[in-house]
Design a binder for this molecule. Structure first.
Ligand code: NAI
Ligand code: MG
Length: 491
């Protein structure tokens, strides 16, 4: 255990919009409610930003990017220190931030702490990069000198989802500010509370006014105002593939703003016949149920070799039945999974389970609501799943495992690749050649061998196909937040 203590009823400190280092109400005077998904109680009302508020935030962010501004003239190492200071403040306040995340999102306290620590690491990582962003001296004939400079792309709009609210806001900030840009951040409407805390953290760290702006509100209004804005240079988005299409289109219809999209997935796991069941059964299930299944890179299509299939299914069902005891009050000790984020997601998952039954998959266990209050779903296992069933093709975003049988590895690879998504994939095997062959053959932005989500701030992450455009993390993740300028001098 972390030794950290949760706060059962954390005070809500901020519900206003954060523009130019000031807290303000929305121009339109509207608010919306944030709900605790474990109890279905209203936590508080939050300002509902719209186009007019986004305009104000963009003006502030634009001013912060002007060539002689404090942010633009700051030494890169100083910029890095500011990011690290933010990281330190977050670590200091982690019990409070994690507790507020639990109330707003429903994830267990220990998971919230883990997420926030990942955010801290990303801020620190890109803080360390600031004074190491170096261009090249170019090969030229005598009498000429050429070099490249990496320059910030400008004002970046960042739109984030509710599954890892604080962590993803930190990830976006770290990339955007690490490359020297300013940001207009729109947190998710389901879980806006922790991202707002970044406003106070920015002020305390000493971030100049206008560099960070936070507009809470809904997607089709505040979100669309960002993706359509003529004076935003780039949008970075994490969320559904459906909205990813809209953002890409809005860019094309307006100013061709640069776009980084981290979208949905239906990630395949291939379990080879040499795999050690005592290791892979729990790992495969957690890789599917992680964050209550609300994880873009969850391994949701489980392909198991026919030699071990029956035993794998049996042990997975037994494990899921035991896991029921690990689903519950996210503040309680020994709880691994909380409720789904809201009623919409909860009902969508139950509808998927229904479709699985109707289309002929075998429900091994679970499949229903767990409690009367709160959006808790039973840990669910389907076997005998066929590739053309809805549960095998679409993103369920819930604790529902789909197990399929395969006979040979070529077939497994073809079936794994037969998806419109390509965010992540994994292979569990004790056969080294199989591990390498499968890893190289999968159409996926990342592949994990005998592990799951085993990366960090330095490992590029992103999707093939409809799982996204661009990468986050590492040097490759920083590049899309910069323009490359070439300067040639004739002597
Ligand atoms: P969503 O993609 O609608 O929402 C994500 C963010 O985009 C939110 O901040 C939202 O306000 C914003 N948004 C929505 N419509 C927009 C628009 N027209 N223009 C600009 N921004 C807009 O995702 P939602 O509705 O919360 O979940 C639907 C499904 O999407 C989930 O069931 C899941 O399958 C998938 N999803 C995937 C995520 C991932 O990590 N890749 C995260 C959240 C959802
Ligand atoms: Mg939506």
């Amino acid at each position: 255990m972390s030794g950290l203590k949760s706060i059962k009823k954390p005070a809500v400190k901020r519900t206003q919009l954060f523009i130019n280092n000031e807290w303000v109400n929305a121009v339109g005077g509207k608010t919306f409610e944030s709900i605790n998904p474990a109890t279905e109680d209203v936590i508080c009302s939050v300002q509902e930003g719209g186009k007019a508020d986004v305009d104000l935030a963009v003006s502030a962010a634009r001013l912060a990017m002007k060539r002689n501004s404090p942010w633009r003239t700051m030494a890169p190492a100083e910029r890095g220190l500011l990011l690290m200071k933010m990281a330190d403040i977050i670590e200091r306040d982690i019990e409070y931030i994690a507790s507020l995340e639990v109330v707003d999102n429903g994830k267990p306290f220990t998971s919230a702490v883990g997420d926030i620590r990942a955010g801290i690491k990303c801020l620190t990582y890109y803080g360390g990069y600031c004074d190491k962003i170096e261009g090249k001296t170019l090969a030229m004939e005598n009498g000429k000198m050429g070099y490249t400079r990496y320059e910030p792309v400008g004002v970046v709009g960042a739109i984030t989802p509710w599954n890892f609210p604080f962590m993803l806001s930190c990830f976006k900030l770290a990339h955007v500010l690490g490359a020297g840009n300013s940001i207009v951040l729109k947190p998710p409407e389901q879980t806006p509370l922790t991202s707002l805390l970044l406003g106070d953290i920015a002020i305390e760290a000493g971030i100049p006014a206008g560099v960070i702006n936070i507009i809470t509100g809904f997607g089709p209004t505040a979100g669309a105002a960002i993706s359509e804005h003529p004076d935003i240079n780039k949008v970075t988005f994490t969320g559904s593939t459906e909205v990813g299409h809209l953002i890409q289109k809005a860019s094309g219809d307006t100013n061709l703003k640069r776009v980084t999209l981290e979208l949905g997935g239906k990630s395949a796991l291939i379990v080879g016949k040499s795999a050690d069941l005592s290791m892979v059964v729990p790992l495969a299930q957690d890789a599917c149920y992680v964050n209550m299944g609300q994880t873009c890179c969850a391994l949701t299509r489980t392909y198991v070799h026919e030699d071990i299939y029956d035993e794998f299914v049996k042990q997975s069902a037994e494990l899921a039945k035991k896991t029921r005891a690990k689903v519950g009050d996210p503040f309680a000790d020994d709880i691994r999974y909380g409720p789904q984020v809201d009623k919409i997601q909860f009902e969508k998952i139950l509808d998927f389970i229904d479709s699985g039954k109707k289309e002929g998959a075998k429900l091994e266990c679970g499949g229903g609501r767990l409690t009367e209050k709160g959006y808790f779903v039973e840990p669910t296992v389907f076997s005998n799943v066929k590739d053309d069933m809805r549960i095998a093709k679409e993103e369920i975003f819930g604790p529902v495992q789909q197990i399929m049988k395969f006979s040979n590895i070529e077939e497994a690879i073809d079936r794994a690749n037969d998806s419109e998504y390509g965010l992540a994939a994994a292979v569990f095997t004790n056969d080294l050649s199989e591990a390498l062959y499968v890893s190289n053959s999968l159409e996926s932005g990342q592949v994990w061998v005998n592990s799951f989500m085993s990366g960090g701030a330095n490992t590029p992450f992103g999707g093939y196909k409809k799982s996204g455009i661009g990468r986050e993390f590492g040097w490759d993740g920083l590049l899309p937040y910069m323009e490359i300028k070439t300067v040639v001098i004739k002597m």
